[in-house]
Design a protein around this ligand. Structure first.
Ligand code: K7E
Ligand code: CUA
Length: 664
């Protein structure tokens, strides 16, 4: 036996171990062999084969890596403000972070899902979840920017989210924490969980042309924790599978009280039935409040709309809509193989991996092979749904991905390894250690109908001794394995931004050539755009001052502004006049309780500034844009409130008087 966990600890104690710590593999080689380095080498000036979109966990961001080099290409702010890019600081992006609670400048981003056509990634959008204040976001892959955020009502902890159907019909999101529905009072005793708390699943429609999201309907079921999910595909298209834990319905000390039952459930939902019910006018309209935030690429501005209603179907009221499948024990990952026939449940505390058969599930439903019901939902007999079990796979199975050769790869948190097994005969074929305590893992396309069987990436929770010490916290990490042969081979280690959970990857060719290089200035419909230096101006409107400011290498227009008064609300509407790739200009002014802006070529972005003291305020470009970048600057003179210094602005004309060196 290779790992201390196997030997030293009885399975009965597993729950305890899991919560305390993950076991580290002992005496396993950590060296990457010499030829491995060549497999990840992407020569200077050459491109990577894959784009890899990786969740940032509690950083609230999404990062983009190149595979196989592991090079960080970009960090895309999603739910968290980002001063580097002015995200959440510019007037245009502030509405993106609006919610029914007001502006929420952070979230916990766990899962990413890419848009699909015919069960394959189509490279149009990446979707991501906000776990804490339930939201889903859409990132546009022509701009690599977040262009939509939709809040989800009736939810608390949007973890089982977002997962997409094979033609992007729906993006689906299940609540981790059940709560009383938003139109009922949440002011009830916590120990009335069983009676008052509900688990809600949102079906979000995606507009085929522009990607816009809307809540099509919600399903409401018993209070449990919905953990993860995946859509059916191929033969199981039309179904959705959710892992559920805390089917004990505990409201305190879940560590113990939600681990009592030998089996929890996978919830199988026939969403085609739900669709028919909605079409037939079934369901009730529920009053709720949620924000729908969209970014318009023509006005370069987001708007936030608060919506007031959702249609809800109560799961227990509609026979044929939902079934429960017993699954040992506190299942986490719920993954569907490329054929759509096999559904893998990963019980965090289970010593085996159950694989369910879609055909058997259908037969069990037809034969009514039920063992009773759970809160009015039929429970299919375990054996009637089971295809088979992977025996002794390792400890703490979490997530499974698939390759193109009929193999599955499961991450083992406790025994800290990736285990490869054959989907047909359920035999374990190979195992490799991870450093350490792998959470999610990902094969490019590994949750679609067309996985590529070349690489696998493990996303690790703990790095311990893998990198130079950096104080009490060490970075989380990714590890790249070559899976093209029979045996998996570790070929690269690299740190990640934030804590990575799920990720997606696609061949670079699918996205690369669609990437926008700049915004056309003639298409800029921002209300405060200045389409040339001649249009630059400063306009006072009471206490509000609008500065129509242009930027081009290497000056600001205007760069001398006088007549601003203490207490004014100054809006710098900065337009980047460049029409070339990769020439952003930045904008910052001293004392602004704000971040800088980073303005893309052809774009207009606004910084709000309220000067509170009389004085001279330098402003400048923050992005090194030319040899004369340091010259790209200016001054704003701030006079006392009520001063009669006239409002003036200029670039290049405000010269000293000829007869005096100093002018007062
Ligand atoms: Cu990290 Cu997907 Cu939130 Cu498993 S979850 S590890
Ligand atoms: Cu513009 Cu530096």
């Amino acid at each position: 036996m290779k790992y201390t966990c196997h030997n030293a600890l009885a399975l009965a104690a597993l729950a305890f171990v899991f919560t305390l710590n993950a076991c580290k593999p002992k005496n396993v080689g950590s060296a990457v062999s010499g030829d491995a380095a060549a497999k990840t080498y992407v020569a200077p000036g050459k491109y990577d084969e894959f784009y890899n979109f990786v969740s940032g966990g509690f950083s609230g961001q999404l990062s983009v890596y190149g595979i196989p080099s592991g090079r960080l290409l970009r960090v895309i702010p999603v739910f968290s403000v980002d001063p580097e890019k002015g995200w959440g600081y510019s007037e245009e992006t502030k509405p993106m972070l609006n919610t029914s609670h007001g502006e929420v400048p952070w979230d916990d981003l766990h899962h990413v899902s890419m848009s699909q056509t015919n069960g394959e990634i189509d490279g149009r959008w990446v979707f991501a979840n906000g776990n804490n204040t339930p939201r889903v976001a859409r990132i546009d892959l022509t701009t690599f920017r977040t262009t939509e955020i939709l809040e989800l009502p009736n939810s608390g902890g949007n973890h089982s989210s977002p997962f997409i159907t094979e033609n992007s019909e729906y993006l689906v999101a299940g609540t981790r924490f059940s709560i009383p529905p938003d139109d009922k009072s949440g002011d009830v005793p916590i120990n009335t969980y069983k009676q008052n708390f509900k688990g809600t699943i949102s079906f979000i429609s995606i507009n085929k042309d522009n990607g816009n999201m809307d809540i099509a309907f919600q399903l409401q079921g018993p209070g449990v924790n919905l953990d993860l999910s995946h859509a059916g595909k191929g033969k199981s298209h039309g179904w959705f599978f959710f892992s559920c834990y805390n089917t004990e319905q505990a409201n305190t000390l879940l560590e113990v009280n939600a681990s009592r039952r030998d089996k929890d459930f996978i919830m199988a939902i026939n969403w085609k039935v739900a669709e028919e019910l909605i079409k037939a006018g079934k369901g009730r309209k529920q009053a709720v409040k949620y924000a729908s935030n969209r970014f318009d690429e023509k006005t370069h501005t987001a708007t936030s709309t608060i919506k007031n209603e959702v249609t809800v179907l109560d799961l227990k009221d509609f026979p044929g809509l939902v079934y429960m499948i017993p699954c040992p024990k506190s299942p986490h990952g719920c993954d569907v193989d490329p054929t759509g026939e096999y559904i893998v449940g990963s019980g965090k505390l289970a010593a085996l991996i159950p694989v369910f058969s879609f055909d058997k599930i259908q037969k069990a439903i037809a034969d009514k092979a039920f063992e009773g019901d759970y809160e009015g939902i039929p429970v299919i007999k375990y054996d009637a749904a089971l295809y088979g079990e992977v025996k002794k796979p390792g400890l703490g199975p979490l997530h499974t991905e698939f390759d193109d050769k009929g193999n599955a790869y499961t991450s083992m948190f406790v025994s800290s390894e990736v285990v490869k097994w054959n989907v047909k005969d359920l035999k374990v074929l190979d195992r490799v250690p991870t450093y350490y305590s792998v959470g999610h893992l990902m094969v490019p396309g590994g949750d679609t109908r067309k996985p590529t069987g070349k690489y696998l990436i493990a996303y690790n929770k703990i790095t311990k001794d893998r990198y130079l010490p950096t104080g009490p916290e060490l970075s989380q990490s990714a590890q790249l394995y070559d899976i093209s042969g029979d045996k998996m081979q570790l070929i690269l280690d690299y740190p990640t931004i934030g804590e990575p959970h799920y990720a997606q990857a696609v061949p670079a060719a699918l996205i690369r050539d669609k990437s926008i290089k700049f915004f056309k200035i003639e298409d800029n419909n921002h209300p405060y755009v200045a389409k040339g230096e001649a249009a630059a101006k400063v306009v006072r409107d009471g206490k509000k001052v609008h500065v129509y400011l242009t930027m081009i290498r290497s000056h600001l227009t205007p760069d001398n502004i006088e007549g601003i008064r203490v207490g004014d609300e100054v809006y710098f509407h900065t337009t980047n006049l460049e029409q070339d790739w990769d020439v952003p200009h930045g904008f910052a002014i001293k004392g602004a309780i704000n971040a800088e802006l980073l303005v893309m070529p052809g774009e207009t972005t606004t910084l709000k500034w309220v000067p509170e003291k009389v004085g001279m305020y330098p402003m400048y470009c923050t992005d090194f844009c030319s040899a004369l970048h340091q010259e790209m600057s200016g001054y704003v003179r701030v006079s006392p409130a009520g001063s009669n210094v006239p409002l003036t602005f200029s670039t290049g004309t405000n010269m000293p008087k000829a007869d005096s060196a100093t002018v007062k």
